[in-house]
Design a protein. Structure first.
Ligand SMILES: NC(=O)c1ccc[n+]([C@@H]2O[C@H](COP(=O)([O-])OP(=O)(O)OC[C@H]3O[C@@H](n4cnc5c(N)ncnc54)[C@H](OP(=O)(O)O)[C@@H]3O)[C@@H](O)[C@H]2O)c1
Length: 297
């Protein structure tokens, strides 16, 4: 009984502490903002996952153009990296890395001991059978769990391996490429949204843990980039190179929450202003004009 009372008191104290903190956040006594962790790209050594195409390849091109010392271009099939290596064979080091494979992850960390930036870019949009991407209609949760593994647990595992390496090298950055799908449930891609929302919280958790360390942990809310994953019919989209340059600029300024221009800018505000109305519109669209991407091999 005593134990139960102690536990309730403790929980009460935690809740009270939390409200005191939020009250403090509204007063002039709120903690001063931390100085930005400005992280310039010049001479950075960067590992990019899924860099054989799309957003990842755009990062490799931008990093090279902006003075990165070395780029570990990684892909699950290294044969697909030939064109990327050809961009600058002296500075681009190809590595095999299926992000879900722990042996690959550890081998990459052993090899890339000079890394100062990790860009967790690789992602799995989910099955091309739409029903398998949803919790109720899926035949089982296998595909959904695979999406979670690629998009949330694997970047977390890579961050755990590379943060000590980055710190040993004097500090740097981890960029987790998220999506507008992290901010609300995109019912056409429920498993993807779930994984990106979880990755958003995972990223915020890493940021809190490393707050006093010389490492920037950035949440990048990517959207509208011209890749094979762009929804059919999307009208505005940035090139992967333009997207990468925008993100690199934001990292140089020390921004930890990055909304590139073609992404879900202001979406959080719109959701908070009218959560039910926002969801209603999303659900209507799902039933009448669902978002689709073209299947690929
Ligand atoms: N394009 C957009 O408008 C948009 C919008 C929101 C968010 N994003 C985010 O941007 C990032 C890149 O997407 P993208 O548009 O460039 O898509 P993409 O062209 O389909 O590229 C995805 C990349 O991830 C790789 N990948 C998938 N599973 C992997 C695994 N297990 N191990 C290693 N690599 C794996 C793919 O490799 P393979 O070539 O071997 O398949 C490919 O290189 C993702 O995080 C995505 O969620 C993009």
């Amino acid at each position: 009984m005593q134990q139960m009372i102690d536990r309730r008191l403790l929980l009460g104290g935690i809740v009270a502490g939390a409200s005191a903190t939020s009250a403090a956040a509204q007063t002039p006594d709120a903690p001063a903002p931390r100085p930005a962790k400005r992280t310039p790209v010049k001479n950075a050594v960067v590992l990019v996952t899924g860099s054989n195409r799309g957003v990842g390849r755009g990062f490799v091109e931008a990093l090279l153009a902006r003075g990165a010392k070395r780029v570990y271009a990684t892909a699950r099939n290294p044969k697909n990296l030939a064109e990327v290596v050809a961009l600058d064979p002296k500075r681009v080091v190809p590595l095999e890395l299926d992000v879900t494979n722990d042996t690959h992850r550890r081998a990459a960390a052993d090899k890339a001991q000079d890394v100062t930036w990790l860009i967790n870019n690789a992602a799995n949009p989910g099955s091309f059978t739409p029903g398998e991407r949803r919790f109720y209609s899926a035949s089982n949760l296998d595909d959904i769990k695979a999406v979670m593994d690629t998009n949330c647990w694997s970047p977390a595992e890579l961050a755990r391996l590379f943060i000590p390496i980055i710190l040993k090298n004097g500090g740097g950055a981890v960029l987790n490429i998220l999506s507008g799908g992290a901010l609300f449930c995109l019912p056409e891609f429920t498993s993807y949204s779930t994984s990106k929302a979880a990755a958003m919280m995972m990223t915020a958790g890493l940021r809190a843990e490393t707050d006093r360390m010389p490492i920037l942990i950035a949440s990048v809310f990517t959207g509208g980039v011209q890749t094979r994953s762009l929804p059919i019919g999307a009208t505005t989209a940035a090139t992967p190179l333009a997207h990468a340059n925008e993100v690199i600029d934001a990292v140089a300024e020390g921004k930890s929450t990055i909304f590139p221009a073609t992404g879900p800018v202001n979406m959080r505000d719109r959701i908070c202003q009218d959560p039910e109305g926002f969801e209603r519109r999303v659900v209507e669209r799902f039933h009448t004009n669902p978002v689709q991407i073209a299947p690929y091999d």
